[in-house]
Write a protein that binds this ligand. Structure first.
Ligand SMILES: [Zn+2]
Length: 58
């Protein structure tokens, strides 16, 4: 089962959606996206927790 995340799921006005085979891989692409698009580097633990809570199985 693959994992999916959207920035809009945590209330960020952004149309980005990430998918990966595992949560770990997805978190890595989320971190890369957060850095390049949202200027968030590194992702703070409370934000990572928020992201983890909205990751869905697809
Ligand atoms: Zn975004």
């Amino acid at each position: 089962m693959a994992k999916s995340y959207r920035c809009s799921d945590i209330g960020i006005d952004c149309g980005w959606k990430g998918t990966a085979e595992t949560t770990e891989e997805l978190m890595m692409s989320v971190a890369a996206h957060a850095k390049s698009v949202h200027d968030i580097d590194p992702v703070p633990p409370e934000l990572a927790e928020k992201v983890m809570s909205v990751i869905r199985d697809i």
